[in-house]
Design a protein around this ligand. Structure first.
Ligand SMILES: [Zn+2]
Length: 308
């Protein structure tokens, strides 16, 4: 976009889901979770993300912003969306939570951080959310004044985000428009059933939802999406060189400049868009890294790169 129009102020907004579950425990038949933010695990790899973003920023001269869920939820768009969700909770819950049929909006206990994962004990009345902690009892959250406290499960978050971006784009006071970029595992049935139909049910004009660009997926040998949790929790993918699945290994064994391989691949997707509308096996990346190793001409695009 910036190459076409250098005056355009393009930025990457990295929306961090720090409210994703980090630990789950069951108390009296109710599943409670602690978020990545609450356990502090969000910080484990955050510097790596920043380093990669800084590296690509130096190559492309495109700046990035980072937004955590509490900042996202502080936006004035969130209150009317969640209010509508509560009004229509019976219709929406059936679609977005066919198993429990609950509105999967939650608030962590202000004392211990536990949150009722499946909203089994959570009640939504008017503009208030009544949550229950097995240790600290009931606590009430007002969706208008305390929207920054809200957490959602994936389908609800997907819906709230899309509508909030849509409202942002329609807001004449905003200086920029949002185009959403997300993995193509969300494309197709998921969005049709869990985004567009529920958005229409909430009364939001579907034609004003943001454009979504779906990125290719990286697939394992079986054609499944390469899974972080399989690698981290189950120790899978032992047949793959570690540098392909773990940034730390990539950096230590090949140097940070090896990120050029990924940048070159994705750069080509933009130049030849037919390369964008497909998926890639992890072995495709392996081959590209091997060719990079072979060529001794490591012409790094990033002479300006410095990490302070
Ligand atoms: Zn508590």
């Amino acid at each position: 976009m910036k190459e076409i129009n250098p005056n355009l102020n393009v930025k990457v907004l990295f929306e961090v889901v720090d409210t994703a579950p980090s630990e789950t425990i069951e108390i009296n038949g109710v599943k409670y979770q602690r978020s990545l933010k609450n356990t502090g695990k969000i910080n484990n790899n955050f510097n790596d993300y920043m380093e990669i973003l800084d590296y690509f920023k130096a190559i492309d001269n495109v700046d990035y912003l980072i937004r955590f869920q509490s900042e996202f939820n502080k936006q004035p768009y969130i209150y009317p969306i969640v209010k509508k969700l509560i009004e229509k909770q019976d219709d929406i819950s059936k679609i977005l939570d066919p198993k429990y049929k609950n509105l999967r909006v939650r608030v962590a206990c202000p004392f211990c951080g536990l949150a009722d994962k499946n909203s089994l004990t959570t009640k939504f009345v008017g503009e208030n959310i009544y949550s229950y902690c097995p240790e600290h009892g009931e606590y009430i959250t007002n969706i208008k004044n305390q929207s920054d406290k809200l957490e959602y499960n994936t389908p609800v978050r997907n819906l709230v985000r899309a509508i909030a971006y849509g409202m942002h784009n329609m807001d004449e006071n905003q200086e920029y428009q949002i185009m959403r970029i997300t993995g193509s595992d969300y494309a197709g049935f998921y969005q049709e059933e869990l985004l567009y139909k529920p958005a229409a049910l909430l009364g939001f004009p579907v034609n004003n939802l943001p454009s979504i660009l779906y990125t290719p997926l990286v697939l394992d040998w079986s054609g499944a999406k390469l899974s972080k949790s399989l690698y981290v929790k189950e120790g899978d993918y032992s047949d793959l060189p570690a540098y392909l699945i773990n940034y730390e290994y990539l950096k230590n064994s090949k140097g940070i400049e090896a990120l050029d391989v990924i940048h070159n691949i994705t750069d080509e997707w933009i130049e030849k868009p037919y390369l964008l509308f497909r998926n890639y096996s992890i072995y495709y990346f392996k081959k590209e890294f091997e060719e990079y190793e072979k060529s001794n001409i490591h012409q790094h695009k990033t002479k300006v790169y410095k990490k302070d």
